[in-house]
Each structure stands twice: as structure tokens, then as C-alpha cells.
Design a protein around this ligand. Structure first.
Ligand SMILES: Nc1nc2c(c(=O)[nH]1)N[C@@H](CN(C=O)c1ccc(C(=O)N[C@@H](CCC(=O)O)C(=O)O)cc1)CN2
Length: 291
């Protein structure tokens, strides 16, 4: 079997067009332009690329962006001060603090200060709790985007077994909650799971979010399974060239899976599109309009 490729870039671009139409409609009906504030602390090159792509997508979707690019030495108090100001700013409907933050800044403290109603990353404990009990709230962008990709291939997950490799608060746990909401039977696997390849082989839907380059091999994949690769790892090839790879050994797994996301061009662009969606949702809610 050769897997069909789930083209996240194309699906994300289609979403951008839909978001633009809804943002324009909100501006016309309520005079509100959805605003997203992006806070980047430090010079991490990958984070700088992601933030640039987010700002570009914001413009494409007809949203307004507020950028805060701060030097690595910025104190925790200064970052907290900016978040407090953004919480009070009525033109800002979404606040995103790019992770990772420099080591001297307590991420939990910063993320916990963001107004949960502007927490478009869905990282605030209140939104994590809302997701786990099935209340409306912001869902983290990578799991939300991954769930959209899965739905395109398999709209009904009832009775299917989903295995999520990774238990982070940002991806693994919310991904598992979303799959559970869609009636999948969910296993969260991690570094201490016994015989991980055998567990993965039972998955109809396999989500890899471990941050280990090409860890998932072809013999971990059940024939016909949907494989979602959340990993984004920069490696150096034996020829000395830089390359972006996922957590899944793509070429060999594509021989076995039914559908698979590539890296790049899979989950990554959907993460950004879902940030735009969350910001749009937030602006509609703040304006008392229905999406
Ligand atoms: N505040 C947040 N910080 C981080 C998040 C997040 O959701 N919120 N997730 C990751 C990084 N991330 C978003 O910020 C992100 C990573 C990758 C992509 C993406 O589009 N990747 C492209 C390749 C881009 C490249 O060339 O490097 C792809 O996969 O096609 C988007 C967003 C950690 N931090």
C-alpha cells in the first residue's frame, strides 16, 4: 500500500481564505478587526521563523497583528507587564507568547497570566480544564489542526483506536482529549511505555509528538493507518546539509500507512491556520457575533 499524502499546506491555505471572508464580515457588521498580539523573547532562529510565518498569515487572513520582539535579556517582570497591558487592550483578541521562553522566565507564570478569553494558544490551565470536561474554550493549535486533518480522511472515529505518542501539555494531552471527544479509543504512549512499537501497531490513527527525528518506523505502523506527524526536527544529513524531518520515518511509513502527513507541509501550517481560527473565534465572541 502507498499512503495518500495529507496536504496540510493546501488545507491551511483553504482555511486562510475562509477566515479572511469571516474576518471581513465581522469588520463590516461590527466594525471589529480581529487582533493578534505575538510576543517573542530572544533570538531562537526557529521561533523567529514561526513568528514571521504567523505574522504573514495574520495579514493574509485580514487580521491585525501587534508584534513584540524583545531581547533575550528581557526580565520576567517586563514580559508579565506586557501581557497585563495586552489583557486590557480591547483591540487585542488573542495573545500568543512564543515558546520556548529564555530559561530565566517562568513560562507557567507568563502563560497563566494571559486572560483565558484571549488565550488563543489554549495553554492556560482554565482552557486545558475546559477541554478535558468538554466545555467551550480555546483548543491548542497543533492538536486542533491535527484533528482537522484526521477528519478530512476519516470523519467518524467511533470504534477506532488512536495512539498518541507524547504526553506534553501542548500537544499530547490535548490531542488525546480531542480524539476522545470524537469517540476514538485513545492510548497515550510515552518514553516509558513497554514495547512502544507493538502498541503503535494497534493504532488505526497514530499521532507522533515526541520530538525524536524519524523514531516511528514502518514496522510500527498498522497497514492502512492514518499517521499524523507532529514532529519538527532539524537534522544534519550525512552529506552535511540541514534538513527538516518529523518524528516519523516518512518514506518507509508511507509504504504501509493509508494516509500520512509530510514534514514540512503537514501539521505545521495547520498550527498557524488554527491560531488564526482561534483569534477569529475570540474576536467574534468579544463582539457578541456568531461565526
Ligand atoms: N506559543 C507557541 N509556541 C510554540 C508552538 C505553539 O503552538 N504556540 N508550537 C511550536 C512551534 N510552532 C508554533 O509556534 C510552529 C512550528 C512549525 C510550524 C510550521 O509551519 N512548520 C513548517 C516548516 C517551517 C520551517 O521551515 O521551519 C512545516 O511544518 O511545514 C508552525 C508553527 C513551538 N512553540
Amino acid at each position: 500500500m502507498v499512503a495518500s499524502v495529507i496536504d496540510g499546506k493546501k488545507i491551511a491555505n483553504e482555511l486562510h481564505v475562509e477566515i479572511r471572508a469571516k474576518a471581513d464580515a465581522l469588520a463590516a457588521s461590527h466594525g471589529v478587526v480581529p487582533g493578534l498580539a505575538v510576543v517573542l523573547v530572544g533570538e531562537d532562529p526557529a521561533s523567529a521563523v514561526y513568528v514571521r510565518n504567523k505574522v504573514k498569515a495574520t495579514a493574509e487572513c485580514g487580521l491585525k497583528s501587534f508584534e513584540f520582539k524583545l531581547p533575550a535579556e528581557t526580565s520576567e517582570a517586563e514580559v508579565l507587564g506586557i501581557v497585563e497591558r495586552l489583557n486590557k487592550d480591547p483591540d487585542v483578541h488573542g495573545i500568543l507568547v512564543q515558546l520556548p521562553l529564555p530559561k530565566h522566565i517562568d513560562s507557567d507564570k507568563v502563560l497563566g497570566l494571559i486572560d483565558p478569553d484571549k488565550d488563543v494558544d489554549g495553554f492556560h490551565p482554565l482552557n486545558a480544564g475546559r477541554l478535558s470536561v468538554g466545555l467551550p474554550g480555546f483548543v491548542p493549535c497543533t492538536p486542533r489542526g491535527s484533528a482537522i486533518l484526521i477528519e478530512k480522511v476519516q470523519p467518524d472515529l467511533s470504534g477506532l483506536h488512536a495512539v498518541v505518542i507524547g504526553r506534553s501539555n501542548i500537544v499530547g494531552k490535548p490531542m488525546a482529549q480531542l480524539l476522545l471527544q470524537k469517540n476514538a479509543t485513545v492510548t497515550i504512549a510515552h518514553s516509558r511505555t513497554k514495547d512502544l512499537p507493538a502498541v503503535c501497531r494497534t493504532a488505526d490513527i497514530l499521532v507522533a509528538a515526541v520530538g525524536r527525528p524519524e523514531m516511528v518506523k514502518a514496522d510500527w505502523v498498522k497497514p492502512g493507518a492514518i499517521v499524523i506527524d507532529v514532529g519538527i526536527n532539524r537534522i544534519t544529513t550525512p552529506e552535511g546539509k540541514g534538513k527538516l524531518v518529523g518524528d516519523v520515518a516518512y518514506a518507509e511509513c508511507a509504504e504501509v500507512a493509508g494516509a500520512i502527513t509530510p514534514v514540512p507541509g503537514g501539521v505545521g501550517p495547520m498550527t498557524i491556520a488554527c491560531l488564526m481560527l482561534n483569534t477569529l473565534d475570540s474576536a467574534y465572541r468579544a463582539a457578541g457575533a456568531t461565526v
